[in-house]
Design a protein around this ligand. Structure first.
Ligand SMILES: [Ca+2]
Ligand SMILES: [Ca+2]
Ligand SMILES: [Ca+2]
Ligand SMILES: [Ca+2]
Ligand SMILES: [Zn+2]
Length: 751
């Protein structure tokens, strides 16, 4: 079954910002149309639902909801809130201060305390509603334990968050309004254009047939899903999508409007069956957003620059009577956040009705007690321990910095334990630790305050690697014998790199990610080589990382029309590291059609033919000239819900081989002293057997600059003068000692 989304998708295209000015890509209409096309009976259920719901609205307009006056707090209905911050220890792990700011701003908007009500068009000022709702962060969790209402959860799915995320982490939806702050909202079954993102989305109450169509009737999928930089007005919200501005400061207000059963003023569900959609009233679709004091709007009002439209300046529907301008400043329309400033009395009546109906348990007195929100003293809970490290693999002798990410209460006491590290313990929030011995190590953090303590141990998370690898080039990986123990696979979600016999460039096997199905868009897959010692190769011949790959895009018929030709393409990057995986440098990157090795994308699970394989290479000679003893590379694949990728015939070999297995450079004691070179420097070595021997000096690109020796030598010690004046230019040079059996190298610095 095709999965489709509707409701608020505030999609902002980065690409549009620089090329064509700021553009909102509107997904809603397309998505609603798709859903209704697939199941037109949604309309019947919707009409019936709205008919019943209107009865509740009428009752609330008669103030009959005051029967629950006992739970009004300062004249407001108080809704307990829990904010789940789903994060990957990056900036998306937003601060509690940003969440508290977001709740404050939400309360300002819902009680009409916002200063920009002054900007409301004069005709609409009298319709502006104080919604008399107050949101409060919960002080007790579902088990009655002390909470500050903000939960920080490590989960890489923050990069592809959707209904599953809400399902997985929600607290009881009849007790809390669940808010999920995430790094990236990625609806399953959908391909977003590169650079576009969704600001937030929120299902209507779970008894609304539109929500049911979406969630499959799962009442646990209920709450607000919002990008971490579209919630609140401080912290990451000041730099939405890296644009350096907060234009999404009302996304939270808008989404909570949906949560309380508000539609967009440009909504027109009935036309879902017709080719063109307009929010203007028609015989088939008279009701728009089901609110009478919001004038109808033909299409979402979208800013084309950072400026707001002048209030009262647009009138896209003339069927309204009297014909009023569009209420472009309504929170439920689509201008930038700072252009919006009003909920109407009609919208409030719908919110009142939903608070009398399905959402009534939230603000019942028993629930306010159960969630602790009647107690307004600042919470002081025991902290919950958590931490992350700057790096998880390093070379022996290198350092890692650890960060305390504990939450839920002030940390008054802290003790770290770093097995195998120096220091081996610490009480600082941020601590740098040196690891000297190769191995795998665990880290423990214990935090406490007067109300309790908590301990977090992460077992074997630190990998310390010998910087001199005993795996020597040449390296040939054709996957015919599997991956091999030394290789590692990172798989954030779904399917990962696996050896397959489905297709191959050479032999019968290759490595593949079966990305066509079962991989979450925006998740990362990596295939990482072991550290490779390059000193076994000669730098006289250029060294390249060679490989073959095969890839095609995926045609997704009948999707939302958000991507060109409805095709999803993915991204692959190749990185190298000479720091045992601590840091990586991108050497190769391809995405979209450029990654494709076929002429066309395909609707099927991609399986390459012989012609579909493409050869490529990356020049890595610099690492050979630098005599790196731990050269590593990784193939990283970023899924966009596209198709399968294959690699084969990975190869690090320049056809030379120093023969380290038998005679190492150490064995012949090949040495230059002083090095960097001075006028009295000498080259010396011990020749362990008698042989025809050449001694040559090469520059960094492999040009021979000096012939020092070319004759038969007996076993013994030899010494040659190597004066600075032999060399025209400063730089790195190589001495090559070549016998008929072996070649030995030594690098040389000339300053
Ligand atoms: Ca209306
Ligand atoms: Ca009008
Ligand atoms: Ca192969
Ligand atoms: Ca994966
Ligand atoms: Zn919306």
């Amino acid at each position: 079954m095709k999965k489709v989304i509707l409701f608020c998708l505030l999609v902002i295209s980065f690409l549009g910002i620089y090329a064509q000015g700021l553009v909102n890509i509107l997904a809603d209409d397309v998505l609603i149309r798709e859903k209704i096309k697939a199941d037109p009976t949604i309309i019947d259920r919707y009409v019936q639902y709205e008919k019943n719901f209107k009865l509740l609205v009428e009752r609330s307009q008669l103030n009959l909801w005051l029967e629950k006056t006992d739970t009004l707090i300062n004249g407001k209905r108080v809704i307990p809130v829990v904010v789940h911050i789903i994060h990957n220890y990056g900036q998306e792990n937003i601060s509690d201060a940003q969440v508290i700011d977001a709740i404050q701003k939400l309360n300002i908007d819902f009680s009409k305390q916002n200063a920009d009500t002054a900007l409301t068009y004069h005709l609409f000022k009298s319709r502006a509603a104080n919604c008399a709702i107050e949101f409060r962060l919960a002080k007790k969790d579902p088990n009655g334990n002390c909470t500050n209402g903000i939960v920080h959860i490590y989960d890489p799915q923050t990069n592809w968050a959707y209904f599953n995320t809400m399902k997985q982490y929600h607290w009881p939806t009849d007790k809390y309004m669940n808010v999920f702050a995430v790094n990236f909202i990625y609806p399953s079954g959908m391909a977003l254009p590169d650079g576009a993102f969704i600001g937030g989305m929120s299902p209507f109450p779970p008894n609304n047939p539109l929500s049911q169509a979406l969630t499959g009737g799962d009442a646990d999928i209920d709450g607000v899903l919002i990008r971490q930089d579209c919630i609140g007005t401080i912290g990451t919200a000041t730099d939405v999508g890296g644009m350096g501005i907060n234009l999404a400061n009302r996304t939270f207000t808008h989404e909570v409007g949906h949560y309380l059963n508000l539609y967009h003023p440009f909504q027109n569900l009935m036309l879902g069956l017709l080719p063109a959609s307009s929010g203007c009233p028609s015989f088939l679709a008279p009701n728009g957003d089901e609110v009478s004091d919001t004038p109808p709007v033909a299409q979402a009002t979208q800013n084309t620059s950072l400026d707001c439209y002048v209030p009262g300046s647009r009138n896209t529907c003339n069927q309204d009577n009297p014909d009023e301008p569009d209420m472009i400043e309504n929170y439920m329309d689509y201008q930038w956040g700072y252009c919006n400033n009003i909920f109407t009395n009609g919208q409030k009546a719908r919110m009142d009705a939903v608070l009398m109906g399905i959402r009534r348990p939230l603000w019942s007195k028993e629930n306010l007690i159960a969630t602790g929100v009647l107690d307004q003293t600042p919470s002081n809970c025991a902290p919950i321990a958590d931490f992350h490290a700057s790096h998880y693999t390093i070379c022996a002798g290198d350092q890692i910095t650890f960060y305390d990410d504990s939450y839920n209460g002030v940390v008054e006491n802290r003790i770290w334990n770093f097995t195998g590290g120096n220091p081996s313990s610490s009480t600082n929030a941020v601590t740098t630790v040196t690891y000297s011995t190769p191995g795998t190590y665990s880290v423990t953090l214990t935090v406490s305050n007067a109300n309790g303590q908590d301990t977090k141990t992460k077992t074997n998370i630190i990998k310390v690697i010998d910087p001199v690898s005993n795996i020597y080039a040449p390296l040939v990986q054709g996957f015919e014998n599997g991956l091999g123990n030394e290789w590692s696979v990172v798989n954030e979600s779904g399917v990962g790199w696996q050896v397959t016999d489905t297709a191959s460039a050479t032999g019968v096997k290759s490595a593949r990610i079966r990305n066509f199905a079962g991989n979450q868009p925006n998740s990362v897959d990596a295939l990482i080589s072991p550290p490779i010692n390059l000193t076994s190769l000669s730098p006289t011949v250029t060294l390249k990382l060679k490989f073959k790959y095969a890839y095609a895009g995926k045609i997704i018929p009948g999707t939302m029309g958000l991507t060109q030709n409805d095709t999803a393409y993915d991204k692959m990057k190749i990185y190298v590291s000479t720091t045992c995986g601590k840091t990586w440098i991108v050497k190769w990157s391809k995405l979209n059609e450029a990654l494709q090795t076929t002429t066309n994308p395909t609707q099927n699970s991609f399986k390459p033919t012989a012609n579909d394989w493409k050869s490529d290479s990356i020049n890595i000679h610099i690492y050979l000239t630098q005599q790196k003893t731990n050269f590593q590379f990784k193939f990283e694949f970023l899924s966009n819900g596209g198709n399968n990728i294959y690699i084969d015939d990975i190869n690090i070999d320049n056809g030379t081989y120093v023969g380290m297995n038998e005679y190492s450079r150490d064995l012949i004691d090949l040495n230059v002293y002083p090095n960097p070179l001075l006028d009295n420097s000498k080259l010396s070595f011990y020749l362990p057997y008698s042989a025809n021997t050449k001694i040559e000096v090469y520059d960094i690109v492999g040009n021979k600059v000096i012939d020092l020796e070319n004759r038969f030598l007996s076993e013994g010690v030899y010494e040659y003068a190597l004066s600075r004046h032999y060399f025209k230019a400063s730089g790195i040079y190589y001495i090559r000692v070549l016998t008929n059996e072996h070649t030995f190298y030594k690098n040389l610095m000339v300053k």
